[in-house]
Write a protein that binds this ligand. Structure first.
Ligand SMILES: *[C@@H]1O[C@H](CO)[C@@H](O)[C@H](O)[C@H]1NC(C)=O
Ligand SMILES: *[C@@H]1O[C@H](CO)[C@@H](O)[C@H](O)[C@H]1NC(C)=O
Ligand SMILES: *[C@@H]1O[C@H](CO)[C@@H](O)[C@H](O)[C@H]1NC(C)=O
Length: 536
């Protein structure tokens, strides 16, 4: 019905063979997507326009014997897609799960069919793909699905009249069907004699075709992708390291110290080495020795491990698109304050979630914390507990109870706490990290400073912080704590400040009740770095 004459040359061409940009046909995209060693056999069912498809098959290395002609020549005698499917299953005696791909599907080059197949294989039931209609796209032009919140399809409507359904979700004619279900097909066909009921849903109009062409011609010049930047913050306060030992802890994110990860879409997948933390070029062998003596700070392996785990995690639950990206990171967290590892991992995860549109419903907070921990413990064999990861995911001030019974029964027990009117905390760390006593072993301890914070009883909190340190000291001995840590603790106490170790040594955290300014000077004169904590 086109009156412009622009599309006259397309008359008679089957829609799957309509030319796209650069002469590539719709079916070429389809075959490119499907031809990935995912399937042992691929069949193409056509109507009596068979000759066109045969020509295409020869030119595109598609097995010609797998092009099945259903014999229909007009709209009236067409069998319908369900009958076509039944035809190929019956005539070729197919037993396995079957995938049917429609024409529209492959218009998106980021669609990753292997992800969808993995998803299908990992769950029971049938799989169908749908999308949300754009503004102005009428539901009466599409196969519409109604979906319940648990993402089960409740109803399928073929081009419903306006008002028949509130659903704006349209099927794209991609189905994965189990062989047990295929057995119902002849029965369905017996009950649905008309071809109209036998379609799976899609009809292509000229406007769809032109839209598809536009999609491809603009895609190439989309311009520079917008970067996604996410920060995660350092953590400190009470109770650590009892998180690894069924204890209770309270921790808070602080905005002074952060790790930031930036993700930008790119042609290939690239992890960028940090010029300072991932050195690959050195002044001399001696220079390499001095740098390596302090620590291997590199965050590159954290990015890599997070991406690996993310892919693994998603392959069982979420079908990802195929886009590639470039990741880089930066952090200002001194090693003495706490390893930047968990912050880099959690910032990377935030970026990946945003890039792939993964929501909190897909990956709830407690699971996210476990995920971050597993990147470090399973992939990189770093000893760590859940506390920091939980706070980095929730952000703010969080009470955590890792009691064995609760963890076994509920999996987690975390309670965000009110952050208003907190007193001022300070943090100091040794400027020369090689001076810090490193404390590796973990000790079982339990704390109930939650009540002190809830009641805003800061003198009680100060007492508890001091006790926390003394307990640790009595177990570790002064030798193990190291002279640097002890010096900082003594200094704080001279000023009447409560003080404790927030991490594994090298830094102390305290509660400023007064004299903060004098204390800062004293710490600085003792060669330490001092800062007032900014809660985040
Ligand atoms: C991602 O990179 C791979 C390997 O370089 C490439 O084959 C693929 O086409 C890229 N994906 C996209 C969407 O550009
Ligand atoms: C994520 O959602 C945005 C907005 O809805 C969309 O533009 C983008 O293409 C989506 N990205 C992916 C990877 O699905
Ligand atoms: C705060 O805690 C201290 C020490 O436990 C206690 O003596 C005091 O009564 C508490 N103050 C308030 C207002 O509850």
């Amino acid at each position: 019905n086109d009156e412009t004459g622009l599309y006259g040359h397309l008359t008679g061409v089957p829609k799957a063979l309509l030319p796209g940009i650069g002469g590539k046909k719709i079916l070429d995209f389809w075959w490119e997507t499907v031809n990935r060693q995912l399937f042992t056999e691929v069949y193409l069912v056509t109507n009596a326009d068979y000759k066109y498809y045969e020509r295409w098959a020869t030119a595109n290395d598609f097995p010609v014997e797998n092009v099945v002609n259903d014999g229909s020549t007009t709209l009236r005698d067409q069998l319908g897609a369900v009958a076509d499917l039944e035809l190929v299953i019956r005539s070729r005696k197919l037993q396995d799960d079957v995938v049917i791909a429609g024409d529209m599907l492959c218009a998106d080059q980021n669609f990753d069919i292997s992800q969808v197949i993995n998803f299908f294989r990992s769950k029971p039931g049938e799989l169908i793909i749908y999308y949300e209609l754009e503004d102005g796209e009428r539901s009466s032009s599409r196969g519409i699905v109604e979906v319940c919140p648990e993402t089960h399809i409740t109803r399928f409507l073929e081009k419903p009249e306006e008002g028949r359904t509130a659903s704006r979700l349209a099927s794209v004619v991609f189905y994965c069907i189990r062989k047990e279900t295929l057995a119902y097909m002849p029965e369905y066909l017996r009950l649905q004699p008309g071809a109209a009921e036998r379609t799976f849903g899609l009809f292509w109009g000229l406007s769809d075709y032109t839209k598809w062409l536009t999609h491809y011609s603009t895609k190439k010049q989309d311009g520079v992708a917008k970067p996604i930047s996410c920060r995660s913050y350092a953590v400190g306060l009470m109770g650590n390291p009892s998180d690894g030992f069924n204890g209770k802890t309270i921790a808070m994110t602080i905005s002074n110290f952060w790790a930031e990860v930036t993700l930008v879409e790119s042609q290939t997948l690239v992890l960028v080495a940090h010029p300072l933390n991932d050195p690959t070029e050195f002044g001399s062998l001696q220079d390499l020795f001095c740098i390596s003596r302090r620590e291997y700070l590199g965050g590159l392996r954290l990015l890599q491990a997070t991406c690996k785990k993310f892919y693994q995690f998603c392959s069982k639950r979420i079908a990802l698109t195929k886009q590639n990206f470039t990741l880089k990171y930066d952090t200002n967290i001194p090693r003495q304050v706490g390893l930047a590892g968990s912050a880099i991992v959690s910032a990377t995860l935030k970026c990946l979630m945003r890039f792939y549109n993964i929501t909190a419903a897909d990956l709830p907070e407690p699971i996210r914390a476990n995920f971050i921990l597993s990147v470090e413990t399973d992939e990189l064999f770093i000893t760590a507990g859940l506390q920091d990861r939980v706070v980095q995911v929730y952000e703010g001030l969080v009470y955590m109870d890792f009691s064995k019974q609760l963890m076994d029964e509920q999996g987690y027990n975390y309670a965000p706490m009110d952050m208003s009117d907190l007193p001022q905390f300070w943090l100091a760390y040794l400027s020369d990290p090689s001076d810090s006593g490193r404390i590796h072993s973990n000790i079982r301890q339990r704390w109930l400073s939650r009540a002190a914070i809830v009641e805003r009883n800061w003198s009680r909190l100060a007492q508890l912080m001091d006790q926390n340190f003394e307990l640790r000291r009595s177990i570790y001995t002064d030798d193990c704590l190291g002279p640097g840590n002890l010096r900082m603790v003594q200094l704080a106490r001279q000023f009447g400040s409560a003080v404790k170790l927030p991490g594994s040594g090298g830094a102390v955290v305290g509660l400023c009740l007064d004299q903060a300014k004098l204390m800062r000077q004293a710490f600085q004169e003792a060669g330490c770095v001092f800062c007032v904590i900014a809660p985040y």
